[in-house]
Design a protein around this ligand. Structure first.
Ligand SMILES: *Cc1c(COP(=O)(O)O)cnc(C)c1O
Length: 426
């Protein structure tokens, strides 16, 4: 290829060579729009729409018999979706269950497996994690009669964007019983070395759980090989399961048969559940940690969506994602270097998740100007702009156009038409 990197032809050539490009036509792309917010809410695909319609059809035509008949018998759907997700996280099929929400799954993990004993009773987290996780950890400590101020240890960031694995390991002191960390940080997109952290935690007899919200469907994992104890994630970001989509829970098989801390009848062994006994017989796998009747209409789209991920292959998705974010950064370096943008995501491949994170003092109104011009970014207070090129539906040409638009917004000071404050949802 001889075109200069910052030419439109260069972008078009990359698209031509892209082996995943046929998936784009399977998605509903809002018209006239460059959608770079798939790490907050992924777009609807035709396959996800179709599997939702199949479940609706079962309800329409079968009534209660939809539990055991029809295209996706409801009684087994959580398990089926768990099996379909296993290859994305490197787990055995029965180590993953689709249930609850990200936050309730974290509560279930802690209610079941966080067992403070004597002075080994603290929880280790970090100061950059998503607020909901931290709220859950604090409330769990309180349920045990412990004080969040003293018993939640949050590893500090040296630069406000990233964490040093060695700082985390240094904080794994004798009084830590449990660790909860993100796989990919939701702002800077840094990937933590899950294998290393798990090994170090286990050396010290500490259990470890990872929040995979920003890596699932974007980055491959080997949870079983790394011997990770627990993981949980939402399915509405990179996995395109739809707003409020049912979430997922991974429990390493070595922890099977631990009584659920938050028990409910859908955690039962499936053959015994309808005996209606007052003594519960939990399932012998990750299914035991379900609680009540699954939210089937919010789980159904995942069936279609996961079939696309399994067809595309997570390694291929990761390879394209890295190429897209690398190209994005190169264009930003080349074309936006006058304008005070700071690339605050890690730049090396091994440490970079699936989005670009830019900081700029005028970030809030730059995002509004992007939106007014049909490019959908994600603002993160106070100064952050997240841009996520999604391998299954974004193109290199869209990345090129976005950088041209950013340049125009800065050149022509278009951002000054907007206030530099966040909206209700940002
Ligand atoms: C999106 C996200 C959540 C959201 O939790 P819900 O219970 O699904 O609302 C939690 N943690 C992280 C890291 C996230 O990115």
């Amino acid at each position: 290829m001889t075109e200069p990197l910052d030419s439109l032809d260069y972008a078009k050539n990359l698209d031509k060579k892209d082996t995943l490009r046929h998936f784009r036509s399977e998605f509903y792309i809002p018209s006239n729009t460059i959608y770079l917010d798939g790490n907050s809410l992924g777009l609807l695909s035709k396959r996800a729409e179709h599997s939702l319609q199949e479940v609706l059809h079962s309800w329409k035509t079968l009534g209660i018999d939809g539990w055991t008949q029809g295209e996706h018998p409801w009684y087994y759907l959580s398990e089926t979706l768990g099996e379909m997700s296993a290859s994305l996280v490197g787990a055995e099929p029965n180590e993953v269950i689709v249930t609850g929400s990200t936050t309730t799954n974290l509560h279930q993990i802690l209610s079941t497996f966080y067992q403070p004993e004597g002075h080994k009773n603290k929880i280790l987290a970090d100061e950059l994690n998503f607020p909901s996780d931290i709220y859950a950890l604090k409330s769990q400590l309180q349920l045990h009669g412990l004080q969040p101020e003293t018993h939640l240890v949050q590893v500090k960031s040296r630069d406000g964007h990233t964490l040093h694995e060695d700082d985390i390991v240094s904080a794994m002191t004798e009084d830590i019983a449990f660790i909860v960390l993100p796989s990919v940080l939701y702002r800077s997109g840094q990937i933590l070395d899950m294998e290393y952290l798990t090994r170090e935690a286990h050396k010290r007899d500490i259990l470890i759980a990872f929040d995979l919200c920003h890596s699932i469907g974007a980055v491959p994992h080997c949870l079983s090989k790394w011997n990770v104890d627990f993981a949980f994630w939402c399915n509405y970001k990179h996995l395109n399961g739809g707003p409020g989509s049912v979430a997922s829970l991974y429990v390493n098989q070595k922890h099977f048969n631990t009584s659920p801390g938050l028990a409910g009848w859908f955690g039962s062994d499936k053959n015994k559940q309808f005996d209606m006994e007052h003594t519960m017989f939990p399932a012998s796998d990750a299914g035991a940690y379900q609680i009540g009747t699954p939210h089937l209409l919010s789980a159904a789209p995942l069936y279609g969506s996961l079939s696309m991920f399994n067809e595309a292959g997570i390694e291929n998705i990761r390879a394209k994602s890295l190429k897209m974010t690398e190209y994005f950064m190169e264009l930003i370096d080349k074309q936006l270097h006058f304008y005070d943008f700071q690339i605050a995501n890690p730049q090396v491949n091994e440490k970079r998740g699936a989005h670009i994170y830019l900081e700029h003092p005028e970030a809030a109104r730059i995002c509004k100007a992007l939106k007014a011009n049909h490019v959908i970014p994600d603002f993160r207070s106070p100064h952050g702009i997240r841009l996520a090129p999604v391998p299954l539906y974004n193109t290199y040409e869209e990345i090129w156009k976005t950088v041209q638009l950013l340049k125009r917004i800065m050149d022509e000071k278009l951002y000054k038409k907007f206030s530099n404050k966040r909206d209700v949802i940002a």
